[in-house]
Design a protein around this ligand. Structure first.
Ligand code: SAH
Length: 220
């Protein structure tokens, strides 16, 4: 066992209790979080804080989401083991790894090359072979793959992205944080049924912005 490993396990168990207490009731989601070592998704200097229920910096001005938000979004996707999922905003790859435990295949897209490379190394280390990761602007969709059973956006969109809605299979679910200002973002769930789309507001959230196009030097 690596130094500090048993302390991390104790912290992880405490976090799982906290998530349960905060209303995460889906035992499959809790099991997926238990199996996913968040400490390998954060910079080494944050390793001992990996199981605090907070967002942590991952470089390029981005963050790995708070565990409660990862659990909530995963639960609200209502994943089945036959589902194909499209995730926009790979970041550290932590949310991707949690999704990969519950779905058939996860297609994940990230616009920062350095973050994508690191995430791909982590997927290989964990032998998560059902993840397909690609560099690009996720707002445009994943050209040759739709429709998707589930779509998750892990950065805040200014409005509900039409292209993503259209990429949903019948019965499909899109979970996306929406809002122009960080302080008034809402987590939205869009379900596609025979009549069209049903939108639900799942409450307030705080995400880094979804940015269209490739990164520019000195830009976001
Ligand atoms: N799910 C991530 C959270 C990362 S933060 C995790 O668990 O670590 C959101 C990520 O979305 C950032 O890495 C950011 O670079 C990325 N992003 C923002 N706009 C994007 C876009 N249009 N296409 C793809 N990725 C985008």
């Amino acid at each position: 066992m690596k130094e500090g490993e048993s302390a991390l396990i104790a912290k992880k168990l405490r976090l799982l209790m906290e998530l349960r207490g905060a209303g995460i009731g889906d035992t499959r989601v809790l099991a997926a979080i238990e199996k996913t070592p968040r400490e390998i998704f954060v910079p080494p200097s944050f390793r001992d804080r990996a199981y605090e229920n907070v967002a942590l910096p991952i470089g390029q001005g981005q963050t790995v989401s708070q565990p409660f938000i990862v659990a909530l979004m995963t639960e609200k996707l209502d994943l089945g083991e036959r589902h194909n999922v499209f995730e926009i905003g790979t970041g550290s790859g932590y949310q991707t790894a949690v999704l990969a435990r519950l779905a058939r295949r996860v297609f994940t897209m990230e616009r920062h090359r350095a973050l994508l490379r690191e995430a791909e190394k982590r997927f290989a280390e964990l032998r998560l072979s059902n993840i397909v990761a690609r560099l690009g602007d996720g707002t445009k969709g994943w050209r040759e793959q739709p429709p998707f059973d589930r779509i998750l956006v892990t950065a805040a969109a200014r409005g509900i992205p039409e292209a993503l809605k259209e990429g949903l299979a019948p019965g499909g679910i899109l979970v996306v944080p929406v809002g122009k200002e960080r302080r008034d973002q809402r987590l939205m769930r869009i379900t596609r049924n025979a009549q069209g789309f049903v939108a639900e507001d799942l409450g307030p959230v705080h995400f880094v912005p979804l940015v269209a196009g490739p990164p520019r030097p000195g830009g976001p």
